[in-house]
Structures are given as C-alpha cells and as structure tokens.
Design a protein around this ligand. Structure first.
Ligand SMILES: Cc1ncc(COP(=O)(O)O)c(C=O)c1O
Length: 397
C-alpha cells in the first residue's frame, strides 16, 4: 500500500463538485478533454479532426463531450448509431457529422434531413440512402467504406469495385455525393504490426480506383487514436480519435502518455464502516476472509454501475490516502474494502476507483486487473451513475 504524497495531491487536486449524499459518481473533466483534443490536433495539424463520441462519448456523456471537443478544435463528430447522430443534431450541434452503422429500414430520411453524413459498405445501403434523398429532393453525403483487412465493416476485394461503380451511377443521378472514402485498422495498437502498412497501401489503392472511376472524395480517412499517435503516415485528410481524447492510451505497452490527461474520475462514498473479526468471510461466497480483526468499508458501487464483477479481489481503489484492493465479490450495487485494523475511516469518506491524479488507480490498471481494455472500463459505466462536469466553459457543468 502506498501513501499519496499530500503535496502532490494538493497541487493537482481538481475542485470536487458538490457530491454530498451521492453514493457513486463520475467526474468528467471537460477542460482535460479540450486539452486532449488540442494535443491530438497538434500531432495531425494538416488533417481535419473527427471527435469520436459514440457510445455516449465512451461513457463520458454525449452532448457535453461533443461541445467540449468542438471548443477544443474538432471539425467533425463521429458516432456509430443514427440515434446518437440525431441526438447531436437535435441538441443544436451543427458540426459536420458522420454516422456509420445502419441496417435495412434505418431512418435514412431522418439522417439526410438532419444533414448527417452516412457510411455505405454495400450497394443496398446506397440504394436506401438515394431513395431517402430523392424523396426529400436533396443530395445525401456518403462515405464509402473499404475493408482493407480488418475483416469487419466495409466492402472487401471485388465488392469494392462494385460499390464504387454503384456509387458513381447514383452520383450521376444527383441523389448521393461521395464525399469520403474510409477504412479502419485491425492492429493500429501494435505499432510494428505489418498489417498497418499493408492496410494503408490497400486503402490508397482503393482511393485511386474510386478516383479513376470518377469519384472526387473530399476526405480520405483511416486513423483512429493509435494511428493518430504513432502512425503519422496514416493521418490523411482527417483523423478519427476516440480513446485518446478521453485521456487514455490505446497503446499501453508504449511508455508514453503523449501528454494526454484522463477525463473521467470515478468516485464513491463509504456507506458503512464496521469492525469484522478475523475469519469472518466477506460478501457473497465469502471470497475474501480477513486473517486478523479488521475494519471494513462498504462501497456503494457494483456491476450495475459498471464495476466489473471480475474485479472481485483485484480491483484497485484509493481510500484514506492509501491504495487497496476490493475485498471479496463485487455485487450488483456494492463491494467491500478491507481498511485494516487501524483505519480511521468513517461513513461518507470518498473512495476513488480510478482517475488520473497522483496516487489514484487508473482505468488502465482496472483493465489490466480484469483482463480487458480501458475502453470497456469507462464505456460500461452504468446509466445510473451521475456524470458531474468539471472544468466546463459555457454551461456544461
Ligand atoms: C470507425 C471508427 N473510427 C474511429 C474509432 C476510434 O477508435 P479509438 O477509440 O481507438 O481512437 C472507432 C472506435 O472504435 C471506430 O469504430
């Protein structure tokens, strides 16, 4: 257990918002988010910047994050689902916006009417987009997606030629305009992986083929956070960082924080502090048994809040200025920490699960402890956890 250096804690302390009476909450530092966008923009100065705010901005809150990203210099927003794109537009955000996952029957008309760019990986998508645009008397903006080796979305191999020809036909009728060509990496988080360059080459070949067919895309894009940070040759016309904007590294094996600041801090207040005798098992299944008389604290946060159940006996927390680990099973709404026999803790004391200040566990440590990635730790945060915005300019708090 390591003690935090008090002077460090004072130097870096973010003012804690009013949390009296809250069980568990997430502080979202929008100033850090803006700073991260600026840091990333500086790495790809010649490229447009699409802030990826899908999945409720990786759990951080869609609208406040989108607005902060735009303040930081984002020129585009990117989301996976139509509903997310509609929420951004309906809240008044007018920034260029791309959404990329659709199924037959999706509300393409709603997207075109809201001036949202759409992605197409197959001819049927183009047909549905074109039909919606014709009905509205508009031209839909489309980004054709090529599968350069991820083996997920996008048109693969000969299907790319078919998609390009189909798009060209629809363009000549005025219902769609191909404004983007794009792809996604399989291994950008392994900087040396040979597929990175291979995918890049395949991408630019696919662009050339589309241009030869008469398409004139405005933006070619392929770089996620990892490629933005470590593959400058992939920056192209636009970069699409997600995780790095939230201050978490996509390449934890690389010993560099790239100057990014974690945006989310997850805290709770002890709901109960009590003595337990040696040998008394703790929580469901008695997965933890103290071997001395001790004092335990009840933390009112569980897997319904996004604390992974497999953090049982391994999840790190900071309490009373000391690091400790969860004692016993993570339950739906709560878990226990062993505070030790000399604890002076009281109900109401703050427990930090993860954050970014000195001494605090990080989302990456939670990911390492539970066998996942930091993306999942922040994105899985439960809907019932209030997000408290700090560092906001202009009314997001
Ligand atoms: C198509 C696309 N582009 C960009 C991103 C951002 O990725 P990252 O969070 O690794 O930067 C994602 C997220 O998975 C994505 O699906």
């Amino acid at each position: 257990m390591s003690q935090i250096d008090a002077s460090d804690a004072e130097r870096t302390a973010t003012p804690i918002p009013e949390t009296h009476g809250l069980t568990v909450w997430a502080e979202i530092d929008l100033a850090a988010l803006e700073a991260n966008v600026r840091t990333l923009r500086a790495l790809a100065r010649a490229s447009e910047f699409m802030a990826v705010v899908k999945a409720d901005a990786y759990g951080h809150g869609l609208l406040p994050v989108a607005r902060a990203a735009v303040r930081g210099g984002a020129t585009w927003l990117g989301v996976a689902q139509f509903a997310e794109a509609f929420a951004l537009r309906d809240a008044g955000l007018t920034t260029r916006l791309l959404t990329w996952l659709s199924v037959p029957g999706a509300d393409f008309a709603g997207a075109v009417a809201r001036d949202i760019d759409l992605s197409a990986s197959a001819p049927w998508v183009l047909d549905e987009i074109a039909a919606a645009a014709s009905e509205l008397g508009r031209t839909a903006r489309v980004h054709l997606k090529v599968d350069t080796g991820l083996g997920r979305g996008g048109a693969y191999g000969a299907d790319w030629t078919t998609l390009v020809e189909h798009a060209r036909r629809l363009e000549s009728r005025g219902s769609v305009a191909v404004v983007g060509i794009w792809t996604h990496f399989a291994h950008a988080d392994s900087p040396e992986h040979p597929t990175v360059l291979a995918q890049q080459e395949r991408f630019f070949e696919a662009v050339t083929e589309a241009e030869r067919a008469g398409l004139r895309p405005e933006v070619r894009h392929l770089a996620n956070s990892a490629a933005t940070l470590v593959h400058p040759s992939a920056h192209a016309d636009l970069v699409r960082p997600g995780i790095a904007m939230y201050g978490l590294t996509p390449v934890p094996q690389v010993d560099d924080d790239f100057g990014l600041r974690p945006v989310m801090t997850l805290r709770a207040r002890l709901a109960l502090v009590k003595a337990l005798p040696a040998g008394q098992g703790v929580s469901y299944g008695h997965a933890y048994v103290p071997d001395v008389d001790t004092v335990v604290g009840l933390v009112p946060a569980g897997y319904a809040d996004g604390v992974p159940r497999n953090a049982t006996n391994v999840g790190p927390v900071l309490v009373e200025g000391r690091r400790t680990t969860i004692a016993g099973r993570v339950c739906m709404d709560q878990f226990v920490v062993d505070l030790g026999p000399a604890s002076q803790a009281r109900a109401g004391d703050v427990v930090t699960l993860f954050g970014g200040a000195p001494g605090e566990p990080t989302a990456q440590e939670w990911a390492d402890a539970t066998g996942t990635i930091s993306y999942e730790i922040v994105t899985r945060l439960g809907a019932r956890v209030p997000r408290l915005y700090v560092g906001a300019a202009g009314g997001d708090a």
